[in-house]
Design a protein around this ligand. Structure first.
Ligand code: NAP
Length: 497
């Protein structure tokens, strides 16, 4: 599979049959209005498919179907061991179709094929399999009560859950939402990002094939501002799980308050600090500093966009990082040697171009990149870009750019490094590099983020929770903790005669 050439992937792409209809009640259906929207490949600007453009009527229909499926108990009351078997089978089917789904994700998102085959699809498979495997190992509680009474504390599914996901990791975020919400017995309506609906639509059909009862999962592609808002405001949706920007996350909290106080869990933006001390393994730290920000073109919520470096090594270390950045020159997503693909669309490219102008205007020193490239391809490609001499109060150090742009900030001691790291509205992720166990642990403990690496970046897997402090969100994806977002605790108190 991995020895396929670019030509192999291109000819597979030409023969790909792409499903663009919504998935409702176990079947693929057009939007009720018949409207479609073109799905465009960021790699070359060409049309991939016509995708159903669902609206308010489709949302109403989907909520009715999801509610009926939930009330029927066909899934919610199924023994956890049986739900497990369906989810495990679903994971197997995704694995069996790995190349096709990876290709779809590369075409739709512009992700390098080496990432979608090596990371995105395997991670979705593991998430769904792990959550399925876990669900029949979750015990409820019998609290310590007086001898003449007995109390049961049970976890019950919320009911109907809406899941709204972004375009930067469509398959992974879809799996992070669907696996625990379905495992715990909910019915779910997923709204993918308008730019990237294809992998979610494809795996929904496989869920049915695996035995998920009709009506338990709906996938509705359509605009966030109308369809997404309608779901978030809906009086008959019990839970909302969201991954996306902090700006939209704040709106969703308001929608919840203005409607039925649906449980609302948010995974939002970041401006993550990557702190390097002089005593670290500098070769490894430089290599990971580049990975931290250029992976997925910097379109990653946890991207290590603020490289915070001890001043005594800053000049030398920055030269090492600039050298590594050359490994991340963008290329065709279907070329297996490509490390970084295009920006998702022209609007995102413009955001990056504007922020590079802002950085120059703020007086930061542009030492690598700073240009759009491969314009002849029809895609929106941008060079790996590094600003040195950044101060943490500059906009390029405070605002999420969501592109391949690194800001280098110097520090003199650990206290200053922590103060810089924490001077952000975000608190999603970060890392510290040091060979001194005391420095590494003290700094890791003091940085207010949901996930902190010591001598690694992007570490972690499905076994650990993922989510943010501060304005990076409130819920937790992954691990058994994700089950908490999709369940209510119910107490039953029994007294003996
Ligand atoms: P976004 O603009 O917030 O959109 C995310 C989703 O919300 C999309 O499906 C969008 O639909 C929908 N939406 C937009 N407006 C809405 C509204 N008024 N009501 C309901 N839904 C609405 O974010 P994005 O640009 O797709 O993704 C990038 C952001 O996601 C970044 O901030 C990144 O940090 C964050 N992110 C966070 C994590 C994490 O786990 N913390 C992971 C990945 C990404 P449309 O596509 O139709 O606009």
């Amino acid at each position: 599979m991995l020895d396929r050439t670019r030509q192999d992937w291109q000819s597979l792409a030409e023969g790909l049959e792409i499903e663009g209809r919504a998935f409702i009640n176990g079947r693929y259906e057009d939007a009720l209005s018949g409207e479609t929207r073109e799905s465009i490949s960021p790699g070359n600007g060409r049309k991939l498919a016509d995708v159903a453009n669902c609206g308010v009527d489709d949302a109403e229909n989907a909520v009715r179907i999801a509610r009926a499926a939930f009330e029927s108990g066909a899934w919610a009351s199924m023994a956890p061991a049986d739900r497990k078997m369906v989810l495990v089978r679903w994971a197997e089917l995704i694995e069996d179709n790995r190349d096709e789904i990876a290709l779809l994700e590369s075409l739709d998102v512009g992700k390098p094929i080496s990432d979608t085959t090596g990371v995105d699809v395997p991670s979705a498979v593991r998430t769904i399999r792990w959550s399925g495997e876990a669900i029949d190992k979750v015990y409820d509680e019998i609290p310590p009560t007086p001898a003449d009474s007995l109390a049961l504390v049970q976890r019950l599914p919320l009911g109907v859950v809406a899941a709204i996901v972004p375009w930067n990791f469509p398959l992974s975020t879809t799996a992070w939402k669907l696996a625990p919400s379905l495992a715990t017995g909910n019915s779910v309506i997923l709204k993918p990002a308008s730019n990237t609906p294809l992998s979610a639509l494809r795996i929904a059909g496989l869920a049915s094939e695996a035995g998920l009862p009709d009506g338990v999962l709906q996938v509705l592609p359509g605009p966030g501002g109308s369809l997404g808002k309608h779901l978030a405001m809906h009086m008959d949706i019990d839970g909302l799980t969201f991954t996306g920007s902090t700006e939209i996350g704040k709106q969703l909290m308001r929608y919840s308050g203005e409607s039925n106080l649906k449980r609302t869990f948010l995974e939002l933006g970041g401006k993550s600090p990557n702190i390097v001390f002089a005593d670290a393994n500098l070769e490894k730290a430089a290599s990971f500093a580049a990975i931290a920000v250029f992976y997925n073109g910097g379109q990653t919520c946890t991207a290590g966009t603020r490289l915070i470096v001890e001043n005594s090594i800053r000049e030398r270390f920055v030269e090492m990082v600039v050298a590594r950045s050359r490994d991340w020159m963008p290329g065709d997503p279907l070329d297996p040697s490509t490390a970084m693909g295009p920006m998702i669309d022209a609007a995102q490219l413009k955001t990056v171009v504007d922020y590079v102008d802002i950085g120059r205007g703020e007086g930061a020193s542009l030492i690598a990149g700073g240009k759009q490239v491969m314009e002849e391809s029809g895609g929106c490609y941008y060079e790996p870009t590094i600003f040195d001499s950044v101060s943490n109060d500059m906009r390029i150090a405070q605002e999420e750019i969501f592109g391949p742009v690194m800001s280098v900030i110097g520090f003199d001691d650990a206290e200053e490094a922590v103060a810089i790291a924490n001077d952000s509205i975000y608190g999603l992720a970060g890392a510290v590099w040091s060979n001194d166990i005391n420095t590494a642990h003290k700094v890791a403990a003091a940085v207010r983020v949901g996930t902190m690496g010591i001598n690694n970046y992007f570490g972690g897997d499905i076994t650990v929770p993922f989510g943010g402090f501060k304005q990076s969100g409130n819920g937790r994806d992954k691990s058994m903790h994700a089950f908490d977002d999709y369940t209510e605790l119910k107490t039953t108190w029994i007294e003996f005669e």
